[in-house]
Design a binder for this molecule. Structure first.
Ligand code: PAF
Length: 288
């Protein structure tokens, strides 16, 4: 496995890769969810490139850029164990050699709702770095986790709207045995905060059980569970179309139930895609 720190090292390593290439983009602090993405990538392509880059452009001024975990050696080990061929781990000056980019990808209205309402400019930062990393790594396939559902919607939309020649594949969220969705930010949680955070996945499960009763029942069930947990500050609970993010108010085969909440100072998100109302046909989708 080659660890490339510069554009030149990446270009040389990329030129040596044979066959199809899949990329897994990460900000490091790799956990089992990232490993699942890497395994998925391995199954889809002949070669796998993993990017490890904490992208300053997608953090707001009051967010956790400085304290975001950066366990670099452990990340490289995880990539090697999962059979990655190349790890691209640049510093910000390599990705943004002229400083903050003047020209950026803008997410448009889809970037202003849900996560974007709490994190202005976040998705412009995400899409700008995703576009740059696609250009630098030149993959056939890019694999993203379904936990960041809005990010996945927007990456798909960018690829379609800007005719980027890559296939985007979404992979199911990986959870702890007790339901907590894996996230690099779970490392910030104290034991009590972690217990409170469990209400998020519980709310999603509870909502799923009443989903045949329709959208209103889904939202009531999710809010009831979240409201009963005093350790959580809920930012939003939304039932939306998984492609357009428009609110869902009638029966549908696929609706995205998304939650954002703070446990202590840690902001967590989670979601599930479910059939709602009188036409349920399946449960958790494997690929989104
Ligand atoms: O999902 C993430 O970890 C980041 O948003 C990504 C896609 C690596 C871009 O920085």
């Amino acid at each position: 496995m080659i660890v490339a720190r510069t554009r030149e090292e990446l270009a040389a390593a990329r030129d040596r890769l044979a066959g199809t290439v899949a990329v897994v983009m990460t900000m490091g602090a790799l956990h089992e969810g990232h490993r699942a993405l890497m395994r998925h990538a391995r199954a889809l392509a002949d070669s796998v490139v993993v990017t490890v880059f904490v992208n300053p452009l997608q953090f707001g001024p009051a967010e956790d850029l400085a304290r975001y975990p950066r366990p670099f050696d452990a990340d490289v080990k995880a990539c090697a164990e999962e059979g990655a061929d190349v790890v691209f781990a640049p510093v910000p000056d390599v990705v943004y050699p002229d400083g903050d980019p003047v020209v950026r990808v803008t997410a448009g209205p889809l970037g202003d709702v849900l996560e974007g309402a709490s994190r202005p400019g976040h998705f412009d930062g995400v899409l700008t770095v995703v576009a740059k990393l696609l250009h630098l790594t030149r993959p056939d396939v890019a694999v993203f986790g379904a936990k960041d559902a809005q990010q996945l919607v927007l990456v798909r939309r960018m690829v379609r709207d800007l005719d980027v020649g890559v296939t985007i594949v979404g992979v199911e969220t990986v959870r702890e045995a007790d339901g907590l969705a894996l996230s690099s930010r779970n490392a910030y949680l104290s034991p009590d905060e972690r217990t409170a955070a469990l209400a998020i996945s519980r709310a999603l499960r509870e909502a799923e059980t009443v989903a045949p009763q329709g959208p209103a029942a889904v939202l009531v069930a999710a809010n009831d569970v979240l409201d009963a947990e005093p350790g959580l500050r809920v930012e939003y609970v939304a039932l939306v179309d998984p492609d357009t993010l428009a609110p869902v108010d009638r029966s549908t085969e696929r609706a995205l139930l998304a939650v954002a909440a703070r446990s202590g100072s840690t902001r967590l998100i989670d979601n599930v895609t479910i059939p709602v109302g009188d036409r349920p046909t399946g449960m958790y989708s494997k690929e989104t």
